[in-house]
Design a protein around this ligand. Structure first.
Ligand code: GLV
Ligand code: MN
Ligand code: MN
Length: 426
């Protein structure tokens, strides 16, 4: 990219407009928690998701971008290049949220892409390659587990029908929700499904809040992400027998709750890491029947296990079944692996383009890995890929108190815009 274009571009990114658009998105699915924090609950493939997408589409069409969706509902906004035959530079993130989510996780990467493309157009800069902004379907996995379904289908990491039978808490399956969603968006032109039916992008760049405390603590403006740690998700189901809480001797019970406690304690020991690098989370605990005076015959819980070293991810993940088996006294169990993403490293040129852009704008940039998973990790085998982080207050995320300042959002968007321009013209 000729450096002479950068000042126009940097000036064309509007902090006020970008913030207003972020706050307009934050109203869709807004809630206020008991502490007064304003969060967002916008499940994927829901009416709220579609409302947010319609708002995005209106903005995109207003500035002349082409809009299309694929068979997984991934939404694309296209800025045309001077050579429309070239593979596009892709940027974006997701618009769904956690149930107790914040206003910035995911949605910022999409809105930053839109603002960056708008700034490129307003600055009157042509790009050789097209630039496309993508909103991936179901990154969070909060309604339908696992997350990243849209990007996994796009990249052929998993067959598009892999999750057809996965159901939400109301028993609605992914297949049903996606069919309804596509019917509601039948007016939007359809495109082939990513690298499965179409072609790989020239490069992929994802902007995201850090979701951790390092950038803020160190006074950095942006993070240049070096890679993403690996993640594995499991569902554990423990099966016992119901009994009368007053009459059945404890020694004769098949109490699923007591065995679940034993299993979780044993798993905590397996996952103990004195270096505090390993991440291990048990959640979504369901007990059935859930009454005080009946011994439970069924407990389900989820495991989210992450590590940057693939050897550890494989060894400890593969040990889970044996550890649960040894811990149970009276019950049977099943273990289902629902997500398995190995660690990835981002290679040049994307991290370099981001770092050059940050330095050219006089910003402090730090190279750092990502503890959260992101759609970007599935693009890595297909095209040069990278991510940009901005600081968020106290590192809080997946919580309604999640916050990034208007200045931080605009600074990140300016870096993104310059890096996109460079990648689109290289
Ligand atoms: C993404 O939301 C993650 O859980 O890392
Ligand atoms: Mn996210
Ligand atoms: Mn998230």
């Amino acid at each position: 990219m000729p450096d002479t274009t950068a000042p126009n571009l940097v000036a064309a990114v509007s902090e006020a407009r970008h913030w207003d658009q972020m706050m307009a998105m934050a109203r869709i699915g807004a809630f206020t928690d008991p502490d007064g924090n304003e969060g967002v609950n916008r499940p994927c493939l829901s009416a709220l998701d579609r409302e947010a997408r319609r708002l995005l589409i209106k903005e995109a069409q207003g500035i002349g971008l082409g809009v299309s969706i694929d068979a997984w509902g991934n939404l694309f906004l296209r800025h045309e290049g001077t050579d429309a035959t070239l593979a596009p530079v892709l940027t974006g993130s997701h618009m769904d949220s956690q149930p107790n989510g914040g206003r910035f996780d995911g949605i910022w990467g999409v809105m930053a892409g839109l603002e960056a493309v708008r700034a490129i157009r307003e600055a009157g800069i042509a790009t050789r390659r097209p630039i496309e902004v993508v909103a991936w379907t179901n990154e969070e996995g909060g309604r339908f587990a696992p997350g990243c379904m849209g990007s996994m289908a796009f990249t052929g990491f998993a067959r598009p029908d892999t999750w057809d039978a996965v159901a939400d808490k109301d028993g609605i399956t992914v297949k049903e929700a996606l069919a309804e969603h596509l019917a509601e968006e039948a007016d939007i032109p359809r495109r082939p499904l990513g690298v499965v039916e179409g072609r790989a992008p020239h490069a992929y760049v994802e902007a995201h809040i850090e979701q951790g405390p390092l950038l803020e603590r160190e006074g950095q403006d942006v993070g240049i992400v070096t890679g993403i740690q690996g993640s594995r998700w499991f569902l554990v189901e423990i099966q016992g027998r119901t009994d009368h809480a007053g009459t059945s001797p404890v020694s004769l019970r098949q109490d699923a709750v007591q065995d679940a406690v034993r299993a979780i304690n044993a798993l905590n020991a397996l996952m103990h890491d004195p270096t505090d690098v390993l991440r291990f989370t048990v959640a979504s605990i369901e007990v059935s029947p859930n009454t005080s005076n009946t011994v439970a015959d069924r407990v389900r819980f989820t495991i989210d296990f992450r590590h940057p070293d693939n050897t550890v991810l494989q060894a400890r993940g593969n040990a889970i079944a044996g550890v649960i088996q040894s811990a149970l006294r009276h019950c049977r169990f099943t273990l289902t692996e629902r997500f398995h993403a190995a660690p990835v490293e981002f290679q040049p040129p994307v991290p370099d383009a981001l770092e050059r852009a940050a330095r050219a704008q006089g910003l402090k940039a730090k190279r750092m890995p990502s503890g959260a998973f992101h759609d970007a990790q599935f693009l890595v085998p297909h095209c040069p890929t990278g991510m940009l982080f901005i600081p968020c207050r106290n590192g809080v995320s997946h919580h309604p108190a999640e916050y990034a300042s208007p200045e931080a959002l605009a600074a990140g968007t300016r870096v993104l815009a310059q890096a996109l321009l460079q990648l689109a013209n290289d």
